[in-house]
Design a protein. Structure first.
Length: 483
């Protein structure tokens, strides 16, 4: 930081370093943990917090009515990711005083008091396996009182999965449910029978397996469901239809768990929009700039402006343009870096289109210290691109652009004047599409974090897809990365 200049400003590379190393999110988690645990020695507690192998582990609650498949889905997730699965059996296996109180309540057919459940859960999540790998509570809380008691003890779920299915389906599942008496694995006589005859002979039913008992359980669940939803109203909750194949339910649950909760940590968007000409980059950049205040940068317009202003870089580029020679990458990059280094880009963020066009340009942009933290590939079929571009027309008198289908000229007089720009001829469009397809694959491979957006739909629908990925942290590729 240059202390000779006023006002003092933090260089943009400082924020990029903090974001790259997730320092803002780390501070947020440290403060949250400090407030929840309220240790006697905060400094010593924070030091221990930093010594953890992983301080950002999953904290999941899986809920749903009886026979909705909670246990099966949770078991698969636990096996695939290593997250510790916690059910009532796991909680009652502990040697603590609260276990006796819980058993007494269950023996009387009552819900476990919230304070008792919270005590059991607090003891379990404090164990090293939960601290290092995260935890997943299955089937609880069953009441609003239990949910609030867990939260009062500082046990917050980052993700709440709520499975739902029609009661008729749940009754049928419950009555056909069978358990392997040797392994405890769950099967269904119709939907998921065992393959081995030996397993079939070991199958037994569950206690109170009658329609009357399942109806009673469903009534209890529906009575308390609204209160549980209210308790988690400010969290990340996902309702998933459980009346479909188990593999589909699991895929949806896993996708949700890979989504990181929205953070209040500072975030300065650095967005690159990639796509063939006609895929809607200009429209989306304009919408992003209008809603989030990002600096809208077009590489083509930037070059034209530099030449028109007769800047040093502009004059260098003009030399090559007059000779009809491709401007070298280092000169183009210099023009772009001059713009990105300004204060508005450093404080507001930016959205860039028209650059990079090659992997080498992408690499040099990163080396210059301006790596994007969001990159979107607007995927649009060639037929749609050709339709969008080949039917564009320009009024040579007013300079207004029209489209024969989507934005027709307002008057017959203007329609007669319309001309087709040479770059919108079909031969040129085909050449541009081929050029983009050739380079986009290697650019996408270089960045890795790119998000593919379906651009063959209404512009505002496309914007909603982009926006949802802009305001939230990028999703994890797999749950295994955090355990």
């Amino acid at each position: 930081m240059d202390q000779t200049k006023r006002p003092l400003r933090i260089p943009p590379e400082y924020a990029m370093y903090a974001e790259e190393n997730e320092l803002f999110s780390l501070f947020e988690r440290m403060v949250q943990d400090l407030i929840v645990t309220q240790p006697n020695d905060p400094l010593d507690h924070l030091i221990n917090f930093l010594h953890r192998a992983n301080d950002n582990v999953p904290q999941i609650v899986v809920l749903g009515p009886p026979a909705s498949g909670k246990a099966s889905i949770a078991t698969i997730i636990s096996q695939e990711s290593g997250i510790v699965k916690i059910d009532m059996k796991c909680l009652l296996d502990q040697k603590v005083e609260a276990v006796d109180r819980a058993i007494e309540s269950l023996g009387r057919g009552e819900d476990i008091p919230g304070i008792t459940l919270a005590s059991l859960m607090k003891e379990r999540v404090s164990k090293k396996d939960c601290v290092d790998r995260g935890w997943m509570l299955v089937g609880y809380p069953k009441t609003r009182e239990q949910a609030l008691a867990l939260q009062r003890e500082g046990i917050f779920a980052k993700h709440v999965v709520l499975l739902e299915a029609p009661d008729t389906v749940l009754v049928e599942r419950f009555l056909g449910k069978r358990v392997d008496s040797k392994t405890g694995d769950i099967y269904h006589v119709t939907f998921e029978p065992p393959e081995s005859p030996d397993v079939t002979r070991r199958l037994v039913g569950v206690d109170n397996q009658t329609e009357k008992s399942i109806r009673k359980l469903l009534l209890h669940y529906h009575r308390h469901l609204l209160g549980i939803k209210q308790a988690y109203a400010h969290g990340s909750v996902k309702v998933i239809n459980a009346d479909q194949p188990k593999s589909d339910v699991y895929a949806q649950v896993q996708h949700f768990l890979c989504q990181l909760p929205r953070s209040v940590a500072p975030h300065c968007p650095r967005v690159i929009l990639m796509g063939a000409r006609g895929s809607g980059k200009t429209t989306q950049a304009t919408l992003l700039a209008a809603k989030y205040g990002l600096v809208n940068i077009s590489m083509v317009e930037l070059i034209k402006q530099a030449i028109a202003d007769k800047t040093k870089v502009g004059e260098m580029m003009m030399t090559y343009i007059e000779k009809k020679i491709m401007v070298p990458d280092n000169i183009v990059l210099k023009c772009l870096v001059e713009r990105l280094s300004r204060l508005d880009c450093a404080t507001k963020g930016w959205v860039l289109r028209g650059y990079p066009r090659t992997r080498n340009q992408a690499e040099t942009l990163t080396e210059a210290g301006y790596a994007p933290n969001r990159i979107y590939f607007l995927d649009c079929p060639s037929d749609t691109v050709i339709e969008r571009l080949s039917l564009r027309r320009v009024d040579p008198v007013t300079g207004q652009q029209c489209h024969l289908i989507y934005n027709p000229p307002p008057s017959l007089e203007m329609k007669r004047r319309l001309r087709t720009h040479p770059k919108d001829e079909e031969d040129q469009i085909d050449e541009d599409i081929l050029g983009y397809e050739t380079s986009s694959e290697e650019i996408q491979e270089y960045y890795g974090l790119g998000q593919i957006i379906n651009a063959d739909q209404d512009p505002h629908t496309v914007f909603e897809s982009i926006e949802s990925l802009l305001v939230k942290p990028l999703p994890r590729q797999t749950l295994k990365t955090v355990v």
